[in-house]
Design a protein. Structure first.
Length: 279
């Protein structure tokens, strides 16, 4: 069974505000994505599909799903603490808790994405904490987030990855992210997403098949054979190559169009899925 994840980031913002949403009005966006993909995704019996949406779209996306939908919904992260009987009953202003998104229809969440790691590192840097101390602190917080997600009944896509300056020490960097992030958690409800941060973004050279294959084998050995998906962007251009890597168990899709009217388009998403699963 392959795992195809979709990270919709903040692709819901319109071009007039600097975003890329040409698909639907903000209030309809999540619902429209579900409606335009669900029927086609039903035709695949060899994959599991999870959509990570911004919180504002979860309720309508969940309501749009048909009975026995092939689409699993996920949140874009959770807070490291949560409500509990006899404990905190909701003092989480600005925070997205696991219990909240579970009640909104989520079955999963994404934790440790390179954008989340960069945000946490930037906050620590404001307080004068950088380098290995900052990386360790981030890994500990992400571990707490995974624990909170699992306590709320959510499965987790846990992302790891090395930056350009960390490439020569990739084994130590990724190994530490895995060891600290997964400490004491239920690994049966975790999938690892590998992001080669150094190769993501305009003008950067994408990681090639031997490199991705090497990392996938390393992760499986380090985690006692957890599923690993490619988090550096599953696209039309690399779908067949990624499908040929036996050690990979799927991929993470984000943008579907990178020039012209840049953005996410459901028909292009389905084309990527077909290219990968039918390769």
């Amino acid at each position: 069974m392959k795992r195809i994840y979709l990270n919709l980031k903040r692709f819901d913002i319109s071009p007039r505000r600097g975003g890329v949403n040409r698909l639907a009005p903000m209030q309809d966006w999540g619902q429209v994505i579900v409606e335009r993909t669900e029927a086609a995704l039903r035709t695949f019996d060899n994959a599991e599909f999870t959509f990570f949406l911004p919180e504002a779209h979860l309720l309508r996306a969940s309501a749009a799903r048909c009975e026995n939908s092939p689409i699993r919904l996920g949140s874009q992260g959770v807070h490291w603490a949560d409500t509990a009987p006899g404990g905190n009953f909701g003092a989480f202003t600005t925070s997205r808790t696991g219990n909240a998104v579970a009640e909104m229809g989520c079955e999963s969440t994404i934790i440790g994405h390179c954008e989340e790691r960069a945000d946490k590192e930037a906050l620590l840097e404001l307080g004068g904490v950088t380098g290995p101390l900052a990386a360790a602190a981030v890994n500990r917080v992400l571990n707490a987030e995974i624990r909170a997600a699992q306590a709320a009944g959510l499965s987790v896509l846990y992302c790891i990855g090395e930056k350009a300056e960390e490439q020569k020490n990739w084994q130590a960097v990724l190994g530490t992210q895995l060891d600290m992030g997964l400490f004491g958690v239920d690994k049966s409800r975790v999938v690892i997403g590998y992001e080669p941060v150094w190769s993501i973004g305009p003008g950067k050279v994408p990681a090639d098949k031997p490199y991705i294959e090497k990392i996938a084998h390393f992760v499986k050995e380090r985690t006692n054979d957890l599923d690993v998906v490619y988090g550096g962007g599953l696209k039309r251009e690399n779908a067949a190559m990624l499908a040929s890597i036996e050690a990979l168990d799927g991929g993470l899709i984000a943008l579907t169009r990178f020039s012209g009217d840049i953005g996410f388009y459901p028909d292009e998403y389905l084309e990527i899925v077909r290219n990968y699963l039918n390769a």
